[in-house]
Design a protein. Structure first.
Length: 147
């Protein structure tokens, strides 16, 4: 299993899911509350990103920590990012649930996109070379999310 390729694949799909969600928000009328399609996009994106980070925290980072203890600090920062992103996702879910305006939803998505992209780039810079040779016998969908 080439975990580096799997991580890149999932990151690309999450980027795409966020882009589709942002397009759904942009397609709404300026004062129109969240539509059923937008609710589905937001729910699907939030669930996929949460599953990705949960799997990393539970399985991937544990294997990296065991095989590469020198990356302890990097893994700590990545877990902090996961916590911050979870907080931002909660804000997005609350905004969608109260049928916030497209402008407010886009502000939530814009902030989430900035943090998510920064996190993905840092994670890739720090971990891709380690993931090329990581020994982890697990299903990629369980570890990185079902994307």
């Amino acid at each position: 299993m080439a975990w580096d390729r799997e991580l890149r694949r999932v990151h690309d799909r999450l980027r795409e899911a966020l882009s589709v969600t942002r397009q759904a928000v942009a397609a709404g009328e300026p004062a129109e509350p969240a539509t059923r399609d937008l609710l589905l996009f937001c729910h699907g994106f939030c669930a996929a990103l949460t599953a990705h980070h949960d799997g990393e925290d539970r399985d991937l980072f544990a294997a990296i920590a065991e095989q590469h203890p020198e990356l302890h600090e990097t893994l700590y920062y990545l877990r902090q990012d996961h916590s911050m992103i979870a907080h931002l996702l909660s804000g997005l879910k609350a905004a969608v649930a109260r049928s916030a305006s497209p402008a407010e939803l886009d502000r939530h998505l814009e902030g989430l996109a900035a943090i998510m992209e920064s996190h993905f780039r840092y994670e890739e810079r720090q971990l891709l070379s380690v993931l090329e040779t990581l020994s982890l016998d697990a299903d990629p969908d369980d570890v990185l999310g079902p994307l």
